[in-house]
Write a protein that binds this ligand. Structure first.
Ligand code: SF4
Ligand code: SF4
Length: 134
């Protein structure tokens, strides 16, 4: 039986705050259709890479339901079903050797399964697609 992930039980939203999460054009288009928001209102270009925008007051992703700028405050993703792949795969990230590791920015990373080679391939494919779109 798989372990349940800590995000919801702990009320954590740390990775949605001061986010630099990239997304593909297709993911942005889907978010735009589902929310009715123009892409420019929830993304910006980070060195040419489409990236989720943070709210100026809460400094959290514009899709995080929160009124607080506290990194430890609770918050729920308002677009959970259509969140970008980077949000789905986090806290898995690539290290400098292109190995998938658990990101140190996740305060509950010890409760996640160790990433596999398949996770590394998933992240490499996403990275390749993002760079193709720059
Ligand atoms: S920082 Fe880690 S525990 Fe917190 S919401 Fe993100 S993935 Fe879940
Ligand atoms: S889209 Fe959702 S999961 Fe991704 S950073 Fe924003 S609030 Fe968090």
């Amino acid at each position: 039986m798989g372990r349940s992930l800590p995000c919801i039980p702990t009320g954590c939203s740390a990775c949605c705050r001061e986010t630099t999460m990239p997304l593909t054009k297709a993911e942005a288009a889907l978010l735009s259709r589902r929310t009715g928001m123009a892409t420019e209102t929830f993304t910006w270009k980070n060195n040419g890479v489409l990236t989720l925008l943070n709210d100026t007051t809460t400094r959290a992703c514009v899709f995080l339901l929160t009124a607080s700028a506290d990194v430890n405050a609770e918050g729920m993703c308002s677009v959970y079903e259509v969140r970008p792949r980077g949000c789905r795969t986090y806290p898995n990230v690539l290290n400098e050797h292109d190995e998938a590791i658990l990101d140190e920015g996740c305060p509950h990373r010890s409760q996640f399964p160790e990433p596999s080679e398949e996770d590394a391939i998933t992240l490499l494919n996403l990275e390749e697609q993002l760079l193709r779109e720059v």
